[in-house]
Write a protein that binds this ligand. Structure first.
Ligand SMILES: O=C(O)/C=C/C(=O)CC(=O)CC(=O)O
Ligand SMILES: [Ca+2]
Ligand SMILES: [Mg+2]
Length: 420
C-alpha cells in the first residue's frame, strides 16, 4: 500500500509524504530562519522536531544541531547516511499510522506551520556557483544563433561537460524582483557599442544540483561515487542579457550578461525522492574518456514548464514544456569533471545543469531559442514577446508524476523591474 501521511495532501500537490523536500523558512518576519520540509500545505519545522528529540537514529541523535541552523549546510555536509536516516525518521513521523506527532496537539501546533504564512529563504549558504551547458539542443541552437550554422556545436562539447563560473552573491530566492541590467551591447555591422538597459533580457530554464559533502583540494571525486556528493535538485533561472552576453563573452565566457541575478526555487528535492523517476541518460557518442565513463548513466523524468505573466494580465501563458531527461551530460559527470583537476567542492555549492532544451521548438528552454533571437516573436494571450519586458513575471514549475502522487519542486518565479 502507498505511504500516506496523517496530514491530508491533495493528489495534485507537489509535496506528499513521498517527497519531503528541504527548505529554510521564517514562521514570522521577526523569527530566526530554520530548516523545514514541505508536507501538503504545511512546513514541518525541523528545529522543533530536533528539539523534541525525535531525530533519534544512530547518525542524527548526535548531530541534531544541524537542524538548529539558519541554512542546510551542516546537514548537507553529513552525507547520505544522515540524509537517509532523516528521510526515514520524517516519513515515519508523518505517516498516518504513527501517533507521536499525529496525536500530540501541542507539538503539532508548534511543528506544523501553514505554507501560506511563511517566508522562504535561499536554503543554503552558496560558496560557489557553476553553470554547465549540458543540453545538446540548447548548445546547437545557441551555436547557430551566436556563431552561425556551419559548426554550431564546438568540437570539445562532446568530450567534456562545458561550464563557466557563475556568481554566487546574486543568487536570490523565488519571488525576488529582478532589476533589468544595464550594460554594453553591439549592434550588427561596424557600429560602435551602445550602453543602456538590456534590450534582450531572457530567462534560462535550468535545474541545479546542491552539493553535499565536498572533496579535499587535490582529490578528485570518482564519477561512480559522485552521486554521494549530491543532496538534491532545485529549479534555477539563469537570467541572461543576450545583448550584453553576445558582445562580452569572447574569449573568457559569460560575465555581466549573467551575473546580475539567478533565481532558485525554495525547496530542494532530494535524489532519494527522485529515485523512482530515474531513467537512462542518452547514449554518448563518442564514448567519454575513462574518467567520465560511468557504470550507471542516470537522468530523471522531471516535467518542466515555463509561464510568462505580463504586467496587468490576469493569466499567465505557457511558453515552453521540457524535461530534465533531455540532458546529455549527467549530474554525476558534471560533478566528477568539476573536480578532475583537483578543484574542491564544498557543501552548499550549486551546479547549474545549463538550459534544458528538448529537440522540438515547443521545448526550447529560453527566449533566445524560442523566438530565434527575436526574429519570430511569441504570441502570449493577445500580446507578443521577443524578449522580456518590464513587469513580466516568469514562472518555472517542475514535477515527476508517480502512481497517484507527484514529487514536485513548486515554482521558481521572478518579475522584471526597470533599472532605478
Ligand atoms: O552558446 C553560447 O555562447 C552560450 C550559451 C549560453 O548562454 C549558455 C549558458 O549559460 C549555459 C546554459 O545555460 O546551457
Ligand atoms: Ca545558463
Ligand atoms: Mg545568471
Amino acid at each position: 500500500m502507498a505511504l500516506k501521511s496523517f496530514i491530508e495532501v491533495h493528489p495534485d500537490s507537489h509535496f506528499p509524504i513521498q517527497n519531503l523536500p528541504y527548505g529554510v523558512f521564517k514562521p514570522e518576519p521577526a523569527s530566526p530562519a530554520r530548516p523545514g520540509v514541505a508536507i501538503g500545505d504545511y512546513v514541518l519545522d525541523l528545529s522543533v522536531v530536533a528539539s523534541a528529540g525525535l531525530f533519534d537514529g544512530p547518525v542524527l541523535k548526535n548531530s541534531c544541531d544541524s537542524f538548529l541552523q539558519p541554512d542546510l549546510n551542516k546537514f548537507l555536509a553529513l552525507g547520505r547516511p544522515a540524509w537517509k536516516e532523516a528521510r526515514a525518521t520524517l516519513q515515519k513521523l508523518l505517516s498516518a499510522t504513527e501517533p507521536a506527532l499525529r496525536d500530540n496537539a501541542a507539538l503539532r501546533q508548534k511543528a506544523l506551520v501553514p505554507l501560506s504564512k511563511v517566508e522562504m529563504l535561499v536554503p543554503i549558504s552558496i560558496g560557489d556557483y557553476t553553470d554547465f551547458f549540458s543540453s545538446m539542443h540548447h548548445a546547437k541552437n545557441c551555436g547557430t544563433i551566436f556563431r552561425g550554422p556551419e559548426n554550431p556545436i564546438p568540437a570539445n562539447w562532446f568530450h567534456l561537460p562545458i561550464a563557466y563560473h557563475g556568481r554566487a552573491s546574486s543568487i536570490v530566492i523565488s519571488g525576488t524582483d529582478i532589476v533589468r541590467p544595464r550594460g554594453q551591447g553591439h549592434p550588427a555591422g561596424n557600429s560602435p557599442p551602445y550602453f543602456g538597459p538590456s534590450l534582450k533580457l531572457d530567462f534560462e530554464l535550468e535545474m541545479a544540483a546542491v552539493v553535499g559533502p565536498g572533496n579535499e583540494l587535490g582529490k578528485p571525486v570518482d564519477v561512480n561515487e559522485a552521486a554521494d556528493h549530491i543532496f538534491g535538485l532545485v529549479l534555477l533561472n539563469d537570467w541572461s542579457a543576450r545583448d550584453i552576453q553576445a558582445w562580452e563573452y569572447v574569449p573568457l565566457g559569460p560575465f555581466l550578461g549573467k551575473s546580475f541575478g539567478t533565481t532558485v526555487s525554495p525547496w530542494i528535492v532530494t535524489l532519494d525522492a527522485l529515485e523512482p523517476f530515474a531513467c537512462d541518460a542518452p547514449k554518448q557518442n563518442p564514448p567519454p574518456l575513462p574518467y567520465l565513463a560511468e557504470k550507471i548513466s542516470k537522468n530523471y523524468d522531471i516535467s518542466l514548464e515555463v509561464q510568462i505573466k505580463p504586467a496587468g494580465q490576469e493569466n499567465s501563458s505557457v511558453v515552453t514544456r521540457s524535461n530534465f531527461n533531455h540532458l546529455y551530460w549527467t549530474l554525476t559527470q558534471q560533478l566528477a569533471h568539476h573536480t578532475i583537476n583537483g578543484c574542491n567542492l564544498r557543501p552548499g555549492d550549486l551546479l547549474g545543469t545549463g538550459t534544458i532544451s528538448g529537440p522540438e521548438p515547443q521545448s526550447y528552454g529560453c527566449l533566445l531559442e524560442l523566438t530565434w533571437n527575436g526574429q519570430k516573436p511569441l504570441s502570449l494571450n493577445g500580446t507578443t514577446r521577443k524578449f522580456l519586458e518590464d513587469g513580466d513575471e516568469v514562472i518555472f514549475s517542475g514535477y515527476s508524476k508517480g502512481n497517484g502522487y507527484n514529487v514536485g519542486f513548486g515554482t521558481c518565479s521572478g518579475k522584471i523591474i526597470p533599472p532605478p
